[in-house]
Design a protein around this ligand. Structure first.
Ligand SMILES: *[C@@H]1O[C@H](CO)[C@@H](O)[C@H](O)[C@H]1NC(C)=O
Ligand SMILES: *[C@@H]1O[C@H](CO)[C@@H](O)[C@H](O)[C@H]1NC(C)=O
Length: 191
């Protein structure tokens, strides 16, 4: 009985370690595959995925794609509210206001792109999924560039844009890894 309990404890630890490995392993690989763009940081990737409780049940990188997309959608929504709050400021100069209005629309579009990218992934249409997720990346870049067009204007959304860019690239990188890897059948251990 004691041995059996030890065995169960071992099995449990093994499963837990395999699960936490899929997040760390996938994030490390995504960061490694992205060296010249230098957008994905493994630590940020791990933290953002772990913030979603569903990531606990992920066993392979494929499972992490919809979770990463969900995290990115939540962030696009959160940043959308941040922009709305900034727009409530009645003393904003015209230029900043027009930039914020553009960002608001961009982030709303990014949310829809992420949504449709997630649906395409679910139906295994990886081409469309990648296309939509790439479109979502445009929002934070275009938003940030808008503020930089006028000297002396400081973007109030630099941190948010940086986050969003990374959060949109993560599922894209995961899909690339997933669709290039030789897929190990999910039920391999049941044979
Ligand atoms: C998500 O968005 C909010 C608001 O823009 C931001 O403060 C937060 O750090 C973001 N979370 C992640 C994981 O990037
Ligand atoms: C409103 O905008 C002005 C001009 O950009 C800025 O100086 C001020 O701090 C803002 N107020 C709030 C509450 O954010």
């Amino acid at each position: 009985m004691k041995n059996f309990c030890t065995f169960l404890a071992f099995l449990f630890l093994l499963i837990v370690s395999v699960r936490s490995d899929v997040i760390k392993g996938s994030c490390d690989e995504a960061a490694k595959d992205d060296p010249d763009h230098n957008i994905i940081k493994s630590d940020f990737c791990v933290a953002s995925l772990k913030a979603n409780p569903k990531s606990k049940t992920a066993t392979i990188i494929e499972d992490l794609v919809p979770i990463a997309i969900e995290v990115a959608i939540a962030n696009a929504t959160a940043t959308g509210s941040t922009v709305s709050k900034l727009l409530q400021n009645t003393t904003l100069d015209k230029f900043t206001r027009s930039c914020l209005e553009a960002c608001s629309e961009l982030y709303s579009n990014a949310g829809s792109d992420l949504q449709s990218g997630g649906e395409a992934f679910k139906s295994k249409d990886f081409g469309t999924a990648k296309f939509d997720l790439s479109a979502a990346m445009v929002a934070p870049v275009t938003c940030e560039d808008g503020f930089n067009e006028k000297q002396g204007v400081v973007s109030p959304l630099t941190k948010e844009n940086e986050n969003m860019r990374q959060l949109a690239v993560i599922p894209l990188a995961f899909i690339d890894i997933w669709s290039n890897d030789d897929k190990i059948p999910r039920n391999m251990f049941l044979w």
